[in-house]
Design a protein around this ligand. Structure first.
Ligand code: FES
Ligand code: MG
Length: 571
């Protein structure tokens, strides 16, 4: 016999509380037949007209509801704060933990036996995962799907790069304003998240790698009817997940994280996933040192031909069989026994054999990029670690020593980077600081510092750049990111001065500031933190509690999870 439903604590009692709880649903027009004994499945919907990537989620939620009803559950949809990369300022990363708290407390406090998490745009999937992991209510995730590809004058538009190309054409008088307006209209042809392997598509795929979403569901386009088929099936499965009381803590094990990291590397996915996985591991008590990402990277090649590593879009990956095909090819590197939300192991949920020879999903023997797409550095400049993507950097810069040129923040960078008198050459190491979790605040995606204009004109295309920021999942270059501790927290990055020698030694995984310790002590004695960006409200809470990048930028008081959702958390 299955254990009693959690929601029965609200609805089963023949007493005054039971009466009152049932009348709350009666007021919504639900008869006793809708309520009695049915698993209550929450639909946690991050739909918002402020978030274009997630704007179609009400239709998805309706399909989820059909599935829940088919399986005998009672769907109850609710909304939370939503985080949109394009409109939210200063950066959505500032609010990821706020959304995670919103999700966690809704799951904790309401009579839900399970929840379907509908997320899409970059931070919404990780925020929902974090909240569900800490509430530890049975949960299954459904991503919103990639947007339709943008086509301008018969040519597929790349993200970002094409915009600069056409903007230059406009400036040069080779394109009219009317043509430029036409480009704008063509640039975002549908709802859904960014269609290349940026952070949103990466996190959607990792839901499958972690075992938190149905295998195959991640890549169906937002506008494809099959996404709605996945939504129905997710709803049906959610009812079983509730009956089985299959909790995130049973799925999010060390093996699940190893699988997710292997998939991240196999996809050539966004390094932003690193901070989200680190935060998630902290919620469920899985030991996940930053170095572990490097270990997995050394054995895992990138095998998927999707931008930015390859040429295609996520839609082509969908047509090639989606994430299950990728996992199938990566199988020798995976922990196939890991339990998934299907109730079966990851191995048991994969296709029996690869679909066919595919141009999109390559093989381990003939990958699109060799292993080593991500490296973790430590050293006197990054005692708690930093990241670099060697596969997208000029190899010359990966064993490099050069003089620092320091920018104190994004305004300083903007004001000086194109100054013709900037003391800089191709060997200079550009340092941008005070753009980390606290300094940014919110660790914005400013880590791909622009090349100074005078060097661009001289043909320089890459330079060693170091910051405590993140970088867009689609960006490239010899950018050392996520330096921890950050400058605003008093990390050594704060002590660098113009002309100091900085050395990156990829082979040794080292990043060093070549300045004597006594000198650094003197500098430390006169250092003071930059002014606080917030004096009150959520911003002040954030500044007081945000952890460094190597701990996933979670809040110190949010780590851990609850044993019994509606009672005191164990911490
Ligand atoms: Fe939302 Fe890229 S802007 S996914
Ligand atoms: Mg709605």
């Amino acid at each position: 016999m299955s254990p009693p439903l959690r929601s029965s604590r609200w609805f089963a009692g023949h007493d005054v509380p039971g009466f009152l709880h049932r009348t709350a649903l009666r007021a919504e027009g639900l008869s006793s037949a809708s309520i009695a004994g049915r698993p209550v499945i929450g639909i946690c919907n991050s739909q918002s007209e402020l978030v274009n990537c997630n704007v179609h989620f009400d239709a998805l939620a309706n399909a989820v509801k059909r599935g829940i009803l088919q399986a005998g559950g009672l769907p109850l949809e609710f909304h939370t704060i939503s985080l949109g990369e394009q409109l939210m300022k200063p950066t959505t990363m500032l609010y990821r933990n706020l959304m995670a708290m919103d999700v966690e407390e809704c799951l904790r406090s309401y009579p839900l036996d399970a929840v379907v998490l509908i997320g899409g745009c970059d931070k919404t999937i990780p925020a929902q995962l974090l909240g569900a992991a800490s509430a530890d209510v049975p949960a299954i995730a459904l991503s919103g799907g990639p947007a339709a590809p943008a086509v301008f004058r018969g040519r597929a538009l790349g993200v970002g790069t094409d915009l600069w190309h056409y903007t230059d054409q406009l400036r040069a008088g080779q394109m009219t304003q009317a043509e430029y307006d036409e480009l704008e209209a063509a640039s975002s042809p549908s709802v859904g998240h960014c269609p290349e392997m940026g952070t949103a598509s990466t996190m959607a795929a990792l839901l499958e790698g972690l075992g938190m979403a149905l295998p195959g569901s991640a890549t169906a386009p937002a506008v494809d009817a099959r996404r709605y088929h996945w939504a129905e099936e997710t709803g049906r499965r959610a009812v079983d997940v509730a009956r089985e009381q299959l909790r995130p803590s049973a799925i999010l094990t060390g093996a699940a994280f190893d699988n997710a990291i292997t998939l991240l590397l196999g996809l050539g996915g966004s390094v932003n996933a690193v901070v989200h996985l680190l935060a998630l591991a902290g919620r469920v008590g899985v030991e996940l040192p930053l170095r572990h990402f490097d270990e997995i990277a050394q054995r895992t090649p990138a095998i998927v031909d999707v931008r930015p590593v390859g040429e295609q879009l996520v839609e082509q990956l969908f047509h090639a069989g989606g994430v299950p095909e990728v996992l199938h090819e990566l199988a020798p590197l995976l922990e196939l026994d890991a339990l998934t939300v299907t109730g079966r192991s990851l191995g048991a949920s994969l296709p029996a054999r690869r679909a066919e020879r595919s141009e999109v999903v390559r093989t381990l023997d003939a990958p699109i990029r060799p292993p080593g797409g991500l490296a973790v550095l430590h050293g006197s400049l990054a005692p708690s670690g930093a990241l670099v993507k060697p596969s997208v950097a000029d190899p010359r810069l990966l064993q490099h020593r050069g003089p620092a040129l320091v920018f104190e923040g994004i305004e300083d960078l903007g004001a000086r980077i194109d100054d013709p008198d900037l003391p800089v050459d191709a060997d200079t190491v550009l340092v941008l600081r005070n753009v980390g979790p606290r300094g940014g605040p919110g660790m914005p995606e400013w880590g791909q510092l622009p090349i100074p204009q005078k060097l661009l004109r001289a043909g320089v295309r890459d330079m060693l750049r170091i910051s405590d920021a993140r970088m867009s999942g689609t960006a490239f270059g010899a950018a050392v990111l996520h330096v921890a501790p950050e400058a605003a927290a008093g990390g050594p990055l704060a002590l660098v001065r113009d002309g100091d020698q900085i050395e990156l030694d990829l082979a040794q995984r080292r990043l060093d500031l070549c300045v004597a310790e006594e000198e650094l002590e003197l500098r430390r004695a006169t250092w003071s933190p930059p002014p606080r960006a917030y004096q009150r409200g959520y911003g002040a809470l954030y500044l007081d509690h945000v952890l460094q990048a190597d701990e996933g930028c979670d809040f110190d008081f949010l780590r851990g999870r609850s044993a019994d959702p509606e009672h005191e958390p164990l911490g």
